[in-house]
Design a protein around this ligand. Structure first.
Ligand SMILES: NC(=O)c1ccc[n+]([C@@H]2O[C@H](COP(=O)([O-])OP(=O)(O)OC[C@H]3O[C@@H](n4cnc5c(N)ncnc54)[C@H](OP(=O)(O)O)[C@@H]3O)[C@@H](O)[C@H]2O)c1
Length: 218
């Protein structure tokens, strides 16, 4: 068996773990997920689970609004494929590798990419996952937030699309959303006065924390 250190199967210190928990299955969910229907619990013996050249990881997930559109019947066209019925839904996430037979990925590595929404996953064939280098020891959650898709969306939107000119005031709708709150911070770092709209008192508190100088509550 091909192993990452060439000697023996490397099992993580979590070898007493025997649960593969909470698989979010893709059957159409109109309101809240129901245990047993949309959330399925299963068990797995980490000491014996076949890795088949892959690796075993614990995931941190980042559910995104676009995933709602993937929960639909497959015949309905859209810009993202429908989630296959009865299989785990997938999305951007981080996998903390517990044990591995993969030649490029070893235990304690962290990987990111589209991975199943399962608390623990055996990844058998390497999908387009990227190993995360973290030389500054940043919180891993940053990879899904400020350094991930929301941060990249905010950065590209602000730097490439805003066309803001020095001295102008920036107005932002959905200012308390993931992307909006990051755009506010980028605009403020560039020295702009920012006015943003939010939909509730609770959300306006987020603005106070970011010290956007003015706000409109809708
Ligand atoms: N997150 C990403 O990585 C990403 C990537 C690419 C594109 N996008 C796009 O960027 C936009 C923001 O995404 P997000 O992740 O920041 O979403 P989010 O955190 O869910 O924030 C969206 C906010 O939009 C506001 N909103 C909802 N309906 C509205 C309406 N009819 N008019 C004005 N505001 C409305 C709501 O805030 P209030 O209740 O405070 O009004 C809501 O909280 C979305 O269009 C999303 O598709 C996001």
């Amino acid at each position: 068996m091909g192993l990452n250190d060439g000697t023996s199967i490397r099992r993580a210190p979590h070898s007493c773990l025997r649960s593969l928990m909470a698989t979010f299955c893709s059957s159409l969910c109109r309101r809240y997920p129901e245990p047993g229907k949309h959330i399925v619990y299963d068990t797995l013996d980490l000491e014996t689970v076949p890795l088949n050249g892959g690796f075993f990881s614990r995931r941190s997930s980042s559910p995104s609004t676009h995933m709602r559109g993937q929960m639909r019947e497959a015949h309905i066209p859209s810009y993202m494929p429908a989630f296959p019925m009865g299989e785990p839904i997938y999305g951007a996430g981080i996998g903390a590798v517990l044990c591995s037979e993969h030649s490029d990925i070893k235990a304690s590595d962290h990987v990111t990419g589209l991975i199943p929404h399962q608390q623990y996953s055996v990844v058998k064939v390497a999908p387009p996952l990227r190993k995360i280098e973290n030389p500054h020891h940043l919180p891993w959650s940053f990879v899904l937030g400020v350094l991930g898709m929301p941060g990249q969306t905010a950065f590209m939107g602000w730097s490439e699309c805003s066309r803001a000119k020095k001295g102008e005031t920036v107005f932002l709708s959905a200012g308390a959303g993931v992307v909006g709150s990051l755009v506010i911070q980028l605009a403020k770092m560039d020295g702009y006065k920012v006015i943003a709209s939010v939909g509730s008192d609770e959300k306006s508190l987020i603005h106070e924390r970011m010290r956007s100088r003015c706000r409109i509550q809708l």
